[in-house]
Design a protein around this ligand. Structure first.
Ligand code: URA
Length: 436
């Protein structure tokens, strides 16, 4: 709220002009700009102009740090200092079939580390972790801070909805960027993501920064730049931060949707599951445990011997979910088969994400519900040999009314060729403090 008697120390137009002309905004002016925007003294039109100036002219490391700090200061700051165990969080920039948080949080918790995973709902073609978990009957996403702390102490892992108290300045700014063509500015993305993660009060953070067709950042070099910027920001704020750059040209795993992604996560926790999901879960768990002081933890053993599954069951039960409940399955399905013998050479992540979204697995507006049974099950991945007539993928949902539009987005988006493509590992690079 604005206070008309208050004397403002800066003028938004001066701040905008400085950035427009390629200058460096002084720390006190930048802090004021964010604070005054949160108080609704700086108008949306002025913040939009500033965001565009940042997109065009960038920010240096110190400006990004100040901007992030100012966004953290706009809201509450959580602390898990009294838990008596290290806290490590993971953030993914989002992708298709990205259910990694589900097996990862209990896996890491199985080693006595606390994993406070504040998550969101999906918008557009990338799914939301909370939407997936809500396909488990009874499971509750909203926890009070006290419930969250108790669960971290007793179970170790919690995946729940982020309260609106964390970095409220970011909430307003992100909505504004969305409608002003300024989402893509790396300083703004980095400060947006990191303000929420630092405000959450974790000791350490591992970032899964994706590149490729289904990723928020398609281009490898830009994804790398984002990863470096976020690692530097976390490090400057005293949060031990590393990042993995991971491939999102192909959907992760075989399941894209909600209930089917939970099913696949449980397979991983039972020691099975698709190789790429296991690879990424294990790589991220190793990073998280290394930051928590356990560089030699035998992560695979915890998947094999049931310790991770045990933590999962306790995590779901603590939030009123029934880990043994039957998950929703589609009433209607349609299977696409291989038209010829050969090797699957491409399954485009973005198009399969859009198709799952069109089936109802995702939402177009924040207030829309999702259909938990809707989604896609892949039967083959790039590199697999298939014979003519063999199932390639199955789309499904409560009814078939959405099938035609989903199939439309898949036309020409998968390919079968004569030669097997070169299999590359999902994790391409590890970014740690020092680079910028
Ligand atoms: N996710 C966020 O939280 N913020 C961004 O700016 C982009 C992705």
């Amino acid at each position: 709220m604005t206070d008309s008697s208050r004397v403002e120390p800066f003028d938004a137009v001066d701040v905008i002009r400085t950035k427009r002309d390629g200058g460096r905004v002084p720390e006190d002016a930048l802090r004021w700009m964010i604070d005054a925007y949160t108080r609704e003294y700086v108008a949306d039109s002025q913040m939009a102009a500033f965001a565009m100036a940042v997109l065009l002219n960038g920010m240096d490391r110190d400006e990004i740090r100040v901007m992030t700090d100012a966004m953290i200061a706009s809201g509450e700051r959580m602390s898990f200092a009294g838990l008596g165990k290290p806290t490590v969080d993971k953030h993914s920039t989002g992708g298709v079939g990205d259910k990694i948080t589900l097996p990862l949080a209990p896996l890491v918790a199985a080693f006595g580390v606390a994993v406070p995973q504040l998550s969101g709902r999906g918008l557009g073609h990338t799914g939301g972790t909370l939407d997936k978990l809500e396909s488990i009957p009874g499971w509750r996403a909203a926890l009070s801070n006290d419930e969250m702390t108790a669960q971290l102490r007793d179970v170790g892992a919690v995946i729940c909805a982020a309260g609106s108290g964390l970095a409220p300045a970011d909430k307003r700014l992100y909505a504004l960027r969305d409608v002003t063509g300024t989402v893509e500015a790396i300083p703004l993305i980095a400060s947006s993501i990191m303000s929420k993660k630092i405000a959450e009060g974790t000791d350490a953070l591992v970032l899964d920064v994706k590149f490729g067709s289904g990723a928020f950042m398609r281009d490898y070099d830009r994804a790398r730049q984002l990863a470096e910027t976020m690692v530097a920001l976390g490090t400057d704020s005293g949060v031990k931060t590393t990042a993995l750059l991971t491939d999102m040209n192909t959907p992760l795993g075989l399941a894209i949707g909600n209930a089917n992604e939970v099913r696949e996560s449980v397979e991983v926790l039972a020691g099975g599951g698709p190789a790429d999901v296991v690879e990424l879960t294990v790589a991220l768990a190793r990073e998280m445990l290394a930051l928590a002081g356990q560089p030699d933890a035998d992560v695979e053993a915890a998947l094999r011997d049931g310790r991770a599954m045990d933590a999962w069951r306790r995590m779901i039960t603590a939030q009123d979910g029934d880990p043994d409940a039957t998950l929703p399955t589609p009433n209607e399905t349609h299977t696409v088969v291989a038209p010829r013998d050969g090797f699957v050479t491409r399954i485009d992540a973005l198009s399969f994400g859009v198709a799952a979204w069109r089936l109802g697995a995702g939402r177009a507006r924040a207030e829309d519900p999702v259909l938990h049974s809707a989604g896609i099950d892949l039967h083959a991945k790039p590199g697999d040999r298939v014979a003519a007539g063999q199932p390639l993928f199955t789309i499904g949902g409560p009814d078939d009314t959405r099938f035609a539009r989903a199939l439309e987005s898949l036309e020409g988006e998968w390919e079968i060729g004569d030669d097997a493509p070169v299999r590359e590992s999902i994790v391409r690079e590890r970014i740690k403090a020092g680079g910028y």
